[in-house]
Each structure stands twice: as structure tokens, then as C-alpha cells.
Design a protein around this ligand. Structure first.
Ligand code: GLY
Ligand code: MN
Ligand code: MN
Length: 454
């Protein structure tokens, strides 16, 4: 099932280089005064049931700045008078734990990776942090991730300790660094783009494997199994967000994740699924007919969505506002729905956010930043103005049309009843125009009909 689909998967990129990670660190500290302490907490493992945990995923900011993914960790940085020093607290070597749970690098092994300058056992974290707090006046910490770390900082800021009373030392200001780090994460380096391209290459093939399966009589979960199996087969880290596999009417539910209904001949199946690779997300949606042949109505809607998506991708250009793809897609969708008689308004009327009929059939945004998080960080409207696209930004482009005949709020044209279509790709903005990272996933009508299993 997978071998033929994955045999042209490009080689996986190597791990992030030390210079890459060190450059990220330097970009963050370059804007900071030297009396600052950065603390980067990792979330604790969380219990799923009894003694079983959810699969662990650490904080994206910690990954970004230290390339460290393991649980029970904390990153930090401070200035020692001559340069910034980066450190990590990690799980220590422990033979018994390693026999049961897997090998650990321990503090020495992590130090040898070269991404930070100092490492410690996580068991020493409180002492390490208390020491660091004595000599700084400002702490950068995102609160709410590790409440025990929040408490350490709160105590250091509020207690009237002897050093504070006598020397005036100790932190007096606390800042959430999320926005600063988000600004960095928004612009992807060449190494990050390579990771994201690879994530998209794996996901594209997993979608093709699902398309190829003759799906008539199968259940949505069978397609989910194939697409998610493809993520693992291709070397991904598993889904970046819960897979959406909706057949027929279920394709009209934007974030449908039940994935347990039959796929009937004549249905359009909508699969919105992407793997994570080395922490980086991909996010692809394809919509295709069970049995391999679009009906006339499905073909009409698919063509409108595809035209809108291509036009929106073309709007992902340096200097364009971030919402140019959205406005472009909306216009093409409105024109298309007018042309097939679904909307009886002018284009401008149809686009009106209060009274336009487009909002009945297209009710979400056309994309979002993509990176270490599927809905990645980065302010869309700094100071209230739309951000202009820059080279290195990655965003999704995902217009759709959803004709849920079940909806009590609108009267669905019977011809299009229960058809949901979304087409989503991952787009890198470059000086030379948009680059579709997920272009290994076919989306033309004839390509889809040739691939989909009958
Ligand atoms: N899969 C969620 C999204 O497309 O935003
Ligand atoms: Mn998306
Ligand atoms: Mn998606």
C-alpha cells in the first residue's frame, strides 16, 4: 500500500545544525538588556488514564531555541558579563528508568550536542533557578506552563530576602517572551524550510495512499488509518493535529474528527491531515469522490474552490498584506457561486461580511501561519495593521465551500446538498514568488480522478 507511493520520497534533511540553533538564540538575546534572565519551561507529561501518559510534545519555543524535545526539561539564558550563556536542565542518566523507558543522554550527553553551554539534572533545577534569579532584574517567562517554576519566580520577586534588602539585587520585572519569540519563529530559515518541505512531502504521499484505496464501502476510519499510517511509514512523527476525514455530509463540518461513518459511492471525502516532522507541522486538505468520478455538481464546486486556491496562492507575495490570499479567494469563490446561480447578488454584495451570501457557504479564513505549531505563532495585525508578507514566512492556503443541507440557518440548493470541498496547501513566501511546499499532493481534477481507487 505504501511502498509504491513513498518510493520517491526525497531523503530526509539532517538534524538542525549547531550554527542554526545558536543563531536563533543570538537573535533573541540581541534585543535584550544584560540584566535579563530567560526561562523556557517545558510542560509536564500529562496522564491519559491511570499510569498511561499522552504522547509527549514539549513547548515549541523550547524546541525552537534549544532543539530539545524531551520531557522534564527547562531551558534558560543569562548574561555572565561577557556573553550570553544558554543552559538546559534535563532528565539525568538513570539505568533503571532507561531499562524501562528508553535511553537518555543525560546532562553530559546533551552538553555534547553543542546547542547550549551548560546542562544540569532537572532535579537541580530549583537551585539553578534560585541562583540565576539573584543577579538579574528582569525575568522573561511564559507563565502557566510549569506552575512550580512560576512559583519560584514569584517568590524571588516578592520575598524581602537579605540580598534584596542589603544589595538591592533580585528580579523586579516579569515579561512574557512569547511575542518576541513569535517574531523570530514567523520567519523560517533555510533549515526550517527543509524540515517543513519534508513534512509536507510525507503528508502528500500519505494523502495519495488514501486516495488510491478503493474506498466504496469502507469507513472513514479506514482512510484515517491509511493516511496516519502513511505519516509513520514516511518517517514523520505522527499527526500534527487530529485528522479530519469526512465523507458526504461530514465534509461540511469544518473540524469533523469523529471519522467513523461509511464512505458511499457518490460522496466527496474531505481529508484534512498532516504529519509533524522534527516538530514542524504540515497541513494538507484534499477532497475527492468515492469511486473516482466527480458528479457534475461536485465538479462545479471543486473547480471554483481550486480556482480560488490557485489565485490565493498567487497572492502570497512579498509585500502583500497577510490577508491578500483570503480576500483573493473570497472574490473568486463569490464570482464562481454567482456564475452557477447559487448567489444572486453582485460580487461586492456577495462579499459583504454582514449581508453577503458568500458567508453562508464559506465561513472560515483562507489560511494561517504554519511552523512548529499548525496554527503557528505570529501577530497577524501588529499595531492593528495587516502584516505584510516577507520572504521566509509559511502560511496555509485553504479555501472551501460547504453545503450542509442539515443546516437550519440557510436554504441549501438541492443540487449541491451535502457537498463539502476544501483544498489546502502549505506555501512558502520567497523573493521569487510563492513556493508550494505540499506540491507533491495532486489536486487537478483529472489527476485526482486518475489516482482515486475505483
Ligand atoms: N487542520 C486545521 C486547519 O486547517 O487549520
Ligand atoms: Mn490549515
Ligand atoms: Mn488543515
Amino acid at each position: 500500500m505504501f511502498a509504491g507511493v513513498f518510493n520517491d520520497l526525497p531523503p530526509a534533511p539532517g538534524a538542525f545544525s549547531k550554527s542554526e540553533v545558536r543563531a536563533r538564540q543570538a537573535r533573541l538575546t540581541s534585543g535584550l538588556s544584560t540584566d535579563t534572565l530567560i526561562l523556557l519551561p517545558a510542560p509536564h507529561e500529562s496522564t491519559r488514564s491511570n499510569d498511561v501518559h499522552y504522547r509527549y510534545r514539549t513547548s515549541s519555543d523550547l524546541v525552537y531555541l534549544t532543539d530539545w524535545h524531551e520531557p522534564e526539561s527547562m531551558g534558560y539564558a543569562f548574561h555572565d558579563g561577557s556573553s550570553w550563556v544558554w543552559g538546559l536542565c534535563v532528565q539525568p542518566k538513570d539505568t533503571l528508568k532507561e531499562i524501562w523507558e528508553g535511553r537518555r543522554l543525560g546532562a553530559e550527553g546533551v552538553l555534547a550536542l553543542g546547542m547550549v553551554d551548560r546542562t544540569h539534572s532537572i532535579h537541580d533545577r530549583d537551585d539553578v533557578v534560585r541562583d540565576l534569579l539573584q543577579n538579574v532584574s528582569r525575568v522573561l517567562l511564559r507563565q502557566g506552563i510549569d506552575t512550580s517554576l512560576d512559583e519560584l519566580v514569584r517568590v524571588a520577586m516578592t520575598e524581602r530576602s537579605r540580598p534584596r534588602q542589603q544589595l538591592g539585587t533580585g528580579p523586579v520585572a516579569l515579561e512574557d517572551p512569547s511575542a518576541r519569540i513569535a517574531e523570530l519563529r514567523l520567519r523560517k530559515s533555510a533549515e526550517e524550510v527543509a524540515m517543513m518541505r519534508h513534512a509536507a512531502e510525507i503528508s502528500a504521499r500519505a494523502h495519495v495512499a488514501a486516495m488510491k484505496l478503493p474506498s466504496q464501502g469502507l469507513n472513514e476510519r479506514h482512510l484515517q488509518a491509511v493516511v496516519e499510517g502513511g505519516f509513520v511509514y514516511g518517517g514523520g512523527d505522527g499527526w500534527a493535529y487530529p485528522s479530519i476525514v469526512g465523507s458526504g455530509v461530514n465534509a461540511t463540518i469544518l473540524h469533523y474528527t469523529v471519522n467513523n461513518q461509511p464512505c458511499n459511492l457518490g460522496d466527496v471525502v474531505l481529508i484534512d491531515a498532516g504529519t509533524e516532522y522534527q516538530g514542524y507541522a504540515s497541513d494538507i486538505t484534499r477532497s475527492w469522490p468515492v469511486g473516482g468520478r466527480f458528479s457534475e455538481a461536485q465538479r462545479e464546486l471543486y473547480t471554483i474552490v481550486l480556482d480560488a486556491q490557485k489565485a490565493a496562492i498567487d497572492a502570497c507575495r512579498v509585500g502583500q498584506p497577510y490577508n491578500a490570499p483570503h480576500e483573493t479567494a473570497r472574490r473568486v469563490l463569490a464570482e464562481g457561486l454567482i456564475s452557477i446561480g447559487v448567489i444572486n447578488q453582485s460580487v461586492d454584495e456577495a462579499l459583504d461580511l454582514e449581508t453577503g451570501e458568500l458567508r453562508w457557504w464559506y465561513m472560515h479564513n483562507t489560511g494561517h501561519w504554519l511552523g512548529l505549531d499548525v496554527h503557528d505563532v505570529g501577530i497577524y495585525r501588529p499595531k492593528g495593521e495587516p502584516r505584510l508578507l516577507e520572504a521566509g514566512m509559511v502560511l496555509t492556503v485553504e479555501p472551501g465551500l460547504y453545503f450542509g443541507a442539515w443546516r437550519p440557518d440557510v436554504s441549501c440548493p438541492p443540487k449541491y446538498a451535502d457537498i463539502g470541498i476544501r483544498i489546502e496547501d502549505d506555501v512558502l513566501v520567497t523573493e521569487d514568488g510563492p513556493v508550494v511546499l505540499s506540491d507533491a499532493c495532486p489536486k487537478e481534477l483529472d489527476e485526482i480522478e486518475a489516482i482515486v481507487g475505483a
